[in-house]
Design a protein around this ligand. Structure first.
Ligand SMILES: [Zn+2]
Length: 249
C-alpha cells in the first residue's frame, strides 16, 4: 500500500473504475500531490513516480495503461495495450479523448483538472471505455460515441468522476445556449453550466439506464486540498485521472 487517496466506484462487474485525487503523490509546488498529467513544469521523474504508485496501489501493469492526447474532441480509439504505457512515454500519445478496450488487464486512463473523467464498463463481457469530457467534448458527443463503441447500452454501467461543479463554473452565454440546446435548460444554473448533469443526460441519450450511472459529485474547484482545478489555479497545475479496466482472469 502506498496510502493513495482514491475514489473507487463499485461496478457490479468484472471491471474496476477508480478516480485519483491529489492525495499520496510526490509532486511539489502548484503540482503538489499525485499529479498524473504531463505538464512539462513538473519534473518527469515525479510524474513517473506518481504513476507508478497508482499502478502499484491498484495492481495494474503500468506498461499496459493506455492514454490519448486529449483535444476536447469526440474521437474514440480502440486500444489493446502495447503502446508503452503509463511510464514508457509521458506525451505524444495518439489523439483521442475517449478509448475503448476489450483486453482484460489493459487500463484506460483519462486526465482532468475540471473536465470530467467518465468511466464505462460492460456488465456482460470484458469491455471498458474511458472519456475526457469537458464542455466541448460533451457538446461534441464524446460520451454518446463512447457508449456506441461499447456496443450494448443496456448492459453498460458508467461513473462520472470529479469535475468542476456549477458552483464554480460560470461560462459565456454561447456555452450556456449550446448546453441548453443539447441537454435541456436544466443543465444551466444561472450563469453556469452543470457538466455532470449534462454528462448524465448524454449517457442516458446513448441508451444507458438511469440507475446504471453513478455521479461522484465532487467539485474540483471547491476542494483545493483534494483536487487539481485549472479554472481555479490556471496553467501550472496538475491532473487527476480516471482509470478503468476489465479484470484479468
Ligand atoms: Zn465548486
Amino acid at each position: 500500500m502506498t496510502g493513495l487517496d482514491v475514489i473507487e466506484v463499485p461496478t457490479g462487474a468484472a471491471a474496476r473504475a477508480v478516480f485519483t485525487t491529489r492525495g499520496g503523490g510526490v509532486s511539489a509546488g502548484g503540482f503538489s500531490g499525485l499529479n498524473l498529467g504531463n505538464d512539462p513544469g513538473d519534473p518527469d521523474e515525479r510524474i513517473r513516480e506518481n504513476r507508478a504508485r497508482v499502478c502499484a496501489e491498484l495492481g495494474i501493469d503500468p506498461y499496459r495503461v493506455c492514454m490519448g492526447r486529449q483535444v476536447h474532441g469526440a474521437g474514440v480509439r480502440e486500444v489493446s495495450g502495447g503502446e508503452g504505457g503509463f511510464l514508457g512515454h509521458l506525451r505524444d500519445w495518439p489523439e483521442g479523448d475517449a478509448m475503448v478496450s476489450a483486453v482484460p488487464g489493459v487500463a484506460l486512463a483519462v486526465l482532468g483538472a475540471d473536465c470530467l473523467p467518465v468511466l464505462l464498463w460492460r456488465r456482460d463481457i470484458p469491455r471498458v471505455a474511458a472519456a475526457h469530457a469537458g464542455w466541448r467534448g460533451l457538446v461534441g458527443g464524446v460520451l454518446e460515441a463512447a457508449v456506441a463503441a461499447l456496443g450494448a447500452p443496456g448492459d453498460t454501467g458508467a461513473a462520472i468522476g470529479p469535475g468542476i461543479g456549477p458552483c464554480c463554473y460560470p461560462v459565456s452565454a454561447e456555452v450556456r445556449d449550446a448546453f441548453a440546446a443539447r441537454f435541456g435548460a436544466e443543465v444551466v444554473a444561472g450563469d453556469a453550466v452543470d457538466l455532470a448533469a449534462a454528462a448524465r443526460r448524454a449517457l442516458l441519450a446513448g441508451g444507458l439506464r438511469d440507475e446504471a450511472v453513478v455521479t461522484v459529485g465532487a467539485c474540483t474547484s471547491c476542494a483545493p486540498d483534494r483536487f487539481y482545478s485549472y479554472r481555479r489555479d490556471g496553467a501550472g497545475t496538475g491532473r487527476q485521472a480516471g482509470l478503468v479496466w476489465a479484470e484479468a482472469g
